[in-house]
Design a protein around this ligand. Structure first.
Ligand code: URA
Length: 296
């Protein structure tokens, strides 16, 4: 393609995104330095894991990216390597991109389909123990015309109380990671593998994951994101269908239908093991590189 054909293709693509209601690109946060203070712990406190706030700030492009690349849906089945491989890199889960099962919906259709699905989730009693112990189901939250879906494990106490995912301590860390990555939370649809809080915040069982998977799959089919970020092993289990540890899967892209999947550590794990923040930051930079928003 010559440069005029590229320009035309970019304009057509912008128009297509605009029809889907997607207008905003990730931008660096104005108060990035302030917000990063505790996500990126000072190196003196976490010698093994500290990523300096300056580094995070410098990593983001200072202006809205100008080329067409940040807007492009994921196209190539290429695997981007960001880390020195420490484990065999055999493809796991869906090895290549495959089509969504239904045509893309417009924002109004998505809103209606999600509302209908939410009612079904609210009425679900498939997992007896979870249904008896929940205060409410936690469906998920975010814009319907989104490029990004983030998948957590399960609602915790705060999420069960408020009915929204990632509003407790893990959510506060997630917010900081998003700020560092330059992806505003309000541009991301956030959901969990299961929609009810498991008692004592235990990991959802295989049966519970299985029972809830039609809801998760339906949400993804309605939203048809370009990128899915799996936070932790349970999200990986639900999205990629593998029990392979996060440490073996992170650092490269996987596929869920037509969405590129990023695998990284769960924020709750990062709260317990701050030395792993550096690896999650590498994963976020891999995503930023893909989006064209990484400066270096
Ligand atoms: N809160 C959520 O909503 N999901 C998690 O996985 C953890 C905390």
């Amino acid at each position: 393609m010559d440069s005029n054909q590229w320009k035309l293709a970019s304009l057509q693509y912008l128009e297509h995104l605009s029809k889907l209601g997607i207008r905003n690109l990730p931008k660096p946060h104005a108060n990035l330095q302030e917000i990063l203070v505790d996500w990126i712990a000072p190196a003196s406190q976490t010698p093994a894991g500290g990523v300096s706030a300056k580094e995070a700030q410098q990593a983001q492009v200072a202006v809205t990216p100008r080329t067409a690349s940040p807007l492009k849906p994921p196209t190539s089945p290429t695997v981007l390597q960001t880390q020195v491989p420490t484990a065999p890199k055999k493809p796991l889960g869906p090895p290549v991109e495959s089509p969504w099962s239904t045509p893309a919906k417009n924002p109004e259709e998505r809103t209606a389909a999600l509302a209908e699905l939410k009612l079904k989730v609210e009425g679900c009693k498939e997992c007896h123990e979870l249904a008896c112990n929940r205060r409410q189901t936690v469906f998920g939250v975010g814009p319907v015309a989104t490029r990004f879906v983030m998948v957590g494990e399960a609602p915790g106490a705060e999420e069960d109380r408020l009915g929204e995912p990632f509003v407790g301590p893990a959510g506060q860390l997630l917010d900081k990671i998003l700020v560092a990555t330059g992806i505003p939370r309000d541009q991301v649809y956030i959901l969990n593998t299961v929609k009810c809080r498991p008692p004592n915040n235990r990991v959802p069982s295989e049966v519970e994951l299985e029972n809830c998977s039609p809801f998760l799959e339906a949400q993804l089919e309605i939203l048809q994101p370009y990128y899915i970020i799996c936070w932790g092993a349970t999200a990986v289990r639900a999205i990629l269908g593998t029990s392979e540890p996060v440490g073996r899967l992170r650092g490269r892209f996987h596929w869920y239908k037509k969405a590129k999947v990023v695998v990284t550590y769960h924020p709750s794990y990062l709260l317990r093991a701050p030395e792993a923040k550096k690896l999650t930051w590498e994963d976020m930079k891999m995503l930023m590189r893909e989006l064209g928003t990484l400066k270096t």
